[in-house]
Write a protein that binds this ligand. Structure first.
Ligand code: PAF
Length: 282
């Protein structure tokens, strides 16, 4: 695997490969790689000649400094996993390389960055847009892969390309959520849970799966209350929000017949660790 630490070298290599007619799949990550990331890499390898991965813990998207400080970092282990998957290129810059000076750009995504995660993590999506727009300039891939666990982030990135990078010919590909055996959505933050918290966290996805079976029996409001009450019964879990929305716009719905594509999105504190998940109701 080729490893690049500078923007200039990574960009040069990608452009050379594109000139040779190669298609490039790109999987941006913040490291602490798990099966969820590896599934994105496998999709990319299937669709493209070359797969490039980036690892960069982006400080501008953390609205909580403690979250940034404790975010797991394990570059050597990650490199082993990428090599085992047959990844071609790793871009692993440091903070000075990505932000030689502070990035003051403010992005506007209409209502999309002001609700749900955007409302509860002010500035988070602006930071994501700052780093992803830089990464897409450095690695102008054919396709980029994002997990649907961060469903709102996927919609924001699709909108970022539409609104701010219309000349970039990159396809944004959403990939299914990968779950642990007990249903918990895979996340680098799961590593931070104590064994007891980890066991309790399974209730989040289990409640979402149960909710999917109850849509014929309950109104939207009743189902929302059911999910919140069930999860809050655990002494380790505290729901921050649960919303049922149109899967295209993320605007909340009040009745099931408002749209064909519906999604339930949740954020839950498990001790101090904030976990998100979602479920599509179709
Ligand atoms: O989803 C992530 O891991 C991050 O938000 C991303 C897209 C790599 C940007 O830092």
């Amino acid at each position: 695997m080729e490893i690049y630490k500078t923007r200039q070298e990574a960009n040069q290599r990608i452009n050379d490969l594109k000139k040779q007619g190669k298609t490039i799949g790109f999987v941006p990550t913040m490291g602490a790689l798990h099966e969820g990331h590896l599934s994105l890499i496998r999709c990319s390898k299937k669709d493209n000649d070359i797969t490039a991965v980036s690892i960069f813990v982006n400080p501008t998207q953390f609205n909580d400094p403690r979250d940034l400080e404790r975010y797991p970092r394990m570059l050597d282990k990650d490199i082993e996993k990428l090599e085992a998957e047959g990844v071609d290129i790793l871009f692993a810059p440091d903070e000075k390389e990505m932000y030689p000076e502070p990035d003051t750009r403010q992005f506007d995504f209409g209502h999309l960055d002001k609700i749900l995660e955007g409302k509860h993590r002010p500035g988070h999506f602006n930071g994501v847009a700052q780093v992803v727009s830089k990464l897409f300039e450095i690695i102008p891939a054919t396709r980029a892969y994002f997990g649907k666990k961060d469903y709102q982030q996927y919609l924001i990135i699709r909108e970022l390309v539409r609104r701010y990078m219309p000349d970039l010919d990159i396809e944004i590909i959403p990939c299914p959520i990968v779950r642990e055996k007990d249903g918990l959505a895979m996340s680098s933050r799961n590593l931070l849970l104590t064994p007891e918290q980890r066991r309790s966290a399974a209730l989040i996805s289990q409640t979402l799966f149960r909710a999917r079976e109850l849509t014929d029996l309950m109104t939207v409001d009743e189902l929302k209350q059911f999910v919140i009450d069930t999860i809050n019964q655990s002494p380790h879990l505290r729901v921050e929000y649960f919303e049922i929305a149109d899967a295209e716009t993320l605007l909340p719905i009040e009745s099931w017949d408002e749209t064909d594509r519906k999604i339930g999105l949740i954020a839950v504190y498990c001790g101090e660790i904030r976990l998100i998940d979602n479920i599509e109701f179709n």
